[in-house]
Ligand binder design. Structure first.
Ligand SMILES: Nc1ncnc2c1ncn2[C@@H]1O[C@H](COP(=O)(O)OP(=O)(O)OP(=O)(O)O)[C@@H](O)[C@H]1O
Ligand SMILES: [Mg+2]
Length: 252
């Protein structure tokens, strides 16, 4: 297992958000976490990269419970994670290349030339070759997402976490981001966790799907199992996304 979450609990503003999340993520898989808006998907991701501490529970990476690490130890573990944020979170005053290279510069181990090469390679991977000197303000929403992806992969992380990678994009751009996620997975052999409420996207990129509902993982399985699930809550969520059931009772 690449990552193991046990009995994770977190209340925010006096309200229970995570109420005992159990989840095991396998090495190299792409796990999609689906759930309604406000159910706690972003909160769960923030726990996985150590930006939030749980009230109770454990998160195991490489034999270490990262919820118990000191800040210094946590920084080391966090270097294994690349994160694509819900809002692209680019720094407006920096060029595309400076944004993407920021984490490499901070680590201070690579020469300027090597960083330049790695940034160009990451830009090429996301289909934005030659955009090094543009400013974020000059880019469309879809292009900013791509730069966010390039920034996450440039460190060649073991884990790639995506928060709503297709939100706010038109369907054509959303599907092209989906293809990019699959492409990056094939080239980097990372373990990916993708949080979304885009059902089409979920089915096209996932190995397995987890469904977060009422603060726990209500379902975890392969797309085929989602299609044949008889859980009314799961079926309602998917029919809200206009996925239809056939006469045999399975999702189409
Ligand atoms: N820092 C915070 N302080 C107080 N409440 C918070 C905080 N962060 C999140 N919450 C609450 O926790 C709940 C879950 O929020 P979260 O952002 O994880 O939802 P989400 O599943 O990512 O939703 P969406 O799909 O809309 O992004 C919400 O009710 C939210 O108001
Ligand atoms: Mg969210």
């Amino acid at each position: 297992m690449a990552l193991i979450i046990r009995e994770l609990k977190k209340s925010l503003g006096g309200k229970p958000v995570l109420q005992g999340v159990d989840l095991e993520v396998r090495n190299g898989e792409t796990l999609v976490i689906l759930g309604q808006s406000g159910c706690g998907k972003t909160v769960l991701l923030k726990h996985i990269i150590g930006l939030m501490k749980p009230d109770e529970g454990e998160i195991w990476v490489d034999g270490k419970d990262i919820t118990k690490l000191s800040f210094k130890e946590l920084i080391k573990v966090r270097r294994q994670f690349g994160m694509v944020f819900q809002a692209s979170a680019l720094l407006d005053s920096m060029t595309v290349a400076e944004n993407i290279g920021l984490s490499l510069r901070r680590r201070g181990r690579l020469s300027k030339e090597e960083i330049r090469r790695r940034v160009s390679e990451a830009l090429e991977m996301v289909g934005l070759k030659g955009w090094e000197n543009a400013l974020p303000a000059e880019l469309s929403g879809g292009m900013r997402k791509r730069v966010g992806l390039a920034r996450a992969v440039v460190t060649r992380p073991r884990f790639l976490l995506y928060d709503e990678p297709t939100a706010g994009l038109d369907p054509v751009m959303a599907r092209s981001i989906d293809r990019l996620i699959v492409h990056l997975k094939e080239h980097m052999s990372s373990t990916s966790i993708i949080v979304t409420h885009d059902i089409v996207s979920a089915f096209s990129v996932c190995d397995r799907i987890a469904f977060l509902h009422d603060g726990t993982i209500r379902f975890l399985g392969y797309p085929e199992e989602v299609r044949h699930s008889e859980d009314p809550v799961l079926r309602e969520f998917f029919s809200g996304g206009l996925v239809l059931w056939g006469e045999d009772g399975a999702l189409r």
